[in-house]
Design a protein around this ligand. Sequence first.
Ligand code: SAM
Ligand code: SF4
Length: 443
Amino acid sequence: MAECLLRRRGALSPSLASLSRIAVRPHLRRHSTNATAATAQPNDEIRSPHAYPATPSPEKPSPSRWSALRSAKPFSEFLTDTFNRQHDYLRISVTERCNLRCLYCMPEEGIELSPQPRLLTSPEIVYLSSLFVSQGVTKIRLTGGEPTVRKDIVPLMQSIGNLRPNGLRELCLTTNGISLHRKLDPMVEAGLTGINLSLDTLNPFQYQIMTRRKGFDAVLKSINRVLEMNKMGAGIKLKINCVVMRGLNDREIVPFVEMGRDNPIEIRFIEYMPFDGNKWNEGKMFSYQEMLAVIREKYPNLEKMADHKNDTSKTYQVPGFQGRVGFITSMTHNFCGTCNRLRITSDGNLKVCLFGNSEVSLRDVVRKANDGEPIDEAALEELQLLNTVQTAARASDSGNLVNPRERELLDIIGMAVKRKKAKHAGIGELENMKNRPMILIGG
Ligand code: SAM
Ligand code: SF4
């Protein structure tokens, strides 16, 4: 098993070509025309930005880097917004269902589930993933609802994992960990590279209060299985997500930090955010500054670590601890300036901002090819959807035109991305803004 996992890690490590693609992007952008989706007219032929030529770097690269640079593609104009943010990270919600009822996520009265035919089928999810990867998405996260309750989650991950040769580098999951331990091994086989696991308390009774369900031991079993697999070389990036609510679990901040003393885990404290039906109020929100103060009382030498370009989290470490501590500060310090995320909801809407309520249906466009009906495996084959995405990507690489189906989708995606605002609303406005409940967005 260990050997097999190590082999898989090798298969997932980013190639020189894909690394250098990032390095040349800003350079190439200067050469792109203004033929963006936002300005396209209905009968215009959209030329993919992949057609634009690369200009050699002023520094002379070594021969191997040189060939990688020459074959590198510029980043898709369709996924670049008016603030030059390049969206190479896609989060897909694969179900509206969940086996927990977390206080901060799920309205007390529950949510109305969409009728099955309105939800994306697995072939549709794979087709859309493939289209986004063809445009430069390198990271896909599956979320929900609870993604592990989707019956075909493992085969779905296998199909998405198969996009690695097309440029996908990371395949991640956000999960509550209840049934993860049962599916983890085949998921890692399928190419899973990172897990964000939600756990808000280390007390089994408090767990039942916060999630309105039992299941604490199952979550610990999942965490232990990930750590065990990592010891065998699986290399899964594990982060624990903990939403801090005043008066409920703020006393547990330090015990959570101490989980990282001997474990290479990143604990990420999340500020409680308002969504429809979650009874948010500012008094229940425990801010990043307050969390820092609590940790510094016990560990005054807590150190700030360097953050990476698109990190949503501010990272710290207690000297001598194996693990790290992160803070997701959506409410008090937005990180919109470096946002590289797009979201697709379970019912197939593209959402360009977690806190924005504008959405556009990709499902309806995808289904046009199938007379508006959901696309199953047989229809996927018959319509040759995956082949046309590949043809579209290849055609655009060589400067040819993208065919009408993908062109329409890219047009719609491009227009939505171009409408993305510089930053989301502030606390006061968010509280009163209409948005889906979090369980229907996927965090
Ligand atoms: N069921 C999975 C889970 O819990 O990890 C995935 C979906 S859940 C909606 C994704 C993430 O959103 C979780 O980490 C959860 O803690 C976070 N979340 C949900 N509601 C939130 C809220 N009101 N404020 C902050 N984070 C929230
Ligand atoms: Fe379910 Fe995740 Fe929402 Fe909790 S946070 S109710 S586990 S979707």
